[in-house]
Design a binder for this molecule. Structure first.
Ligand code: ZN
Length: 332
């Protein structure tokens, strides 16, 4: 069975983090975002130990840009996929990978980075000087960094010109985060509707009324796996030990990681790709989850309770995306 080997690729060999950051800096100007232009590079080795490096800017997924446009929000979410999250969803295998980012990252990306098993982040020092950093400074230094500390992610500020790295947060390589409700991965024989239904019913019994998500995914050899997860605080947080922090988030962000986002980030952590038509959520996913589903290249999701969602924004997003024929919502 091939799922999560905890063999870390950190620090990745044959890479210069300075050169990887340069790739992000080289494309950041191509972001279509009028004010917040951000780019990132993810680098590491795939499951065959072949090195890879992928650079992305923040962007509007094509169906959203073409059918809804870049000026309209999807529910209460921007229609963009953040650069860091785009890198994770495009990567062949993220466990132990590294990430270079032109700017300090938001708490939502921090949660995604943690779920993807990334161990090292480099931030360009110029990113700390921009407006964006000033505006998001509080959320970065409190929430984003707290999430990294709990998940065991080292963070460095990089000065490309001086070839210097300043540690912001250093985590020992042997550190393993606590995970009291990890994404479950189970091997199956076939990726079909029948397997999908079996897994949904099995998990419905397990999660009992809580919001949960299920997906069928394949690795590069075509082996089939079922993934499932419920809403849970970011990797390393436990409901018992960290309740104070979880209940006191910064601004519009939350320490909770929604289940569809967890699966979208956990699949690349295991070297898996989610199969089209085989993604399920027990209720309507949040606006942000829906935008990320589109960003992952998926065009449908199966839902059990169409009348249930975290907030009304989720229903608005569902209306927008289904009316524009970007995402089809099937009721189970
Ligand atoms: Zn972000």
């Amino acid at each position: 069975m091939e799922t999560k080997d905890n063999q870390s690729t950190h620090p990745p060999m044959n890479f210069s983090s300075f050169a990887e950051m340069q790739k992000a800096v080289d494309i950041v100007g191509t972001s279509r975002h009028p004010t917040n232009k951000i780019a990132a590079t993810i680098f590491g080795t795939d499951k065959d130990r072949r090195p890879y490096s992928i650079s992305k800017t923040n962007y509007w997924p094509k169906p959203i840009a073409e059918k809804i446009g870049t000026k309209t929000r999807i529910g209460n979410s921007s229609g963009t996929v953040h650069a860091e999250t785009a890198c994770i969803m495009a990567a062949p295998y993220t466990q132990g990978a590294s990430l270079c980012i032109t700017d300090p990252f938001c708490p939502n990306c921090a949660k995604n980075i943690a779920e993807a098993g990334i161990r090292t982040i480099y931030i360009d020092h110029k990113g700390f000087a921009k407006d964006f950093a000033e505006r998001r400074g509080a959320q970065f230094s409190s929430m984003s960094m707290q999430i990294c500390e709990k998940a065991g992610i080292s963070v460095f500020e990089m000065n490309r010109k001086e070839k210097q790295l300043r540690p912001i947060l250093e985590i020992p390589e042997t550190f393993t985060p606590r995970e009291d409700s990890p994404v479950e991965v189970e091997q199956f024989r076939t990726a079909d509707e029948n397997t999908f239904r079996i897994l949904i019913e099995e998990q419905a019994g397990h999660h009992k009324g809580r919001k949960f998500a299920v997906a069928i995914a394949k690795n590069r050899r075509g082996d089939v796996f079922g993934l499932s997860a419920r809403s849970h605080p970011a990797v390393g947080y436990t409901m018992q030990a960290d309740l104070d922090e979880i209940e006191n988030p910064e601004g519009k962000y939350s320490f909770m990681q929604e289940p569809v986002n967890r699966l979208l980030m956990h699949a690349p952590r295991c070297g898996l790709k989610i199969c089209g038509g085989l993604l399920f959520c027990s209720q309507v996913p949040t606006s942000r989850e829906q935008v990320n589903i589109v960003g992952a290249g998926l065009t449908s999701i199966t839902i059990r309770s169409m009348s249930k969602a975290r907030d009304d924004w989720a229903f608005n997003a569902m209306k927008q995306l289904s009316k524009a024929e970007i995402l089809t919502f099937y009721e189970l």
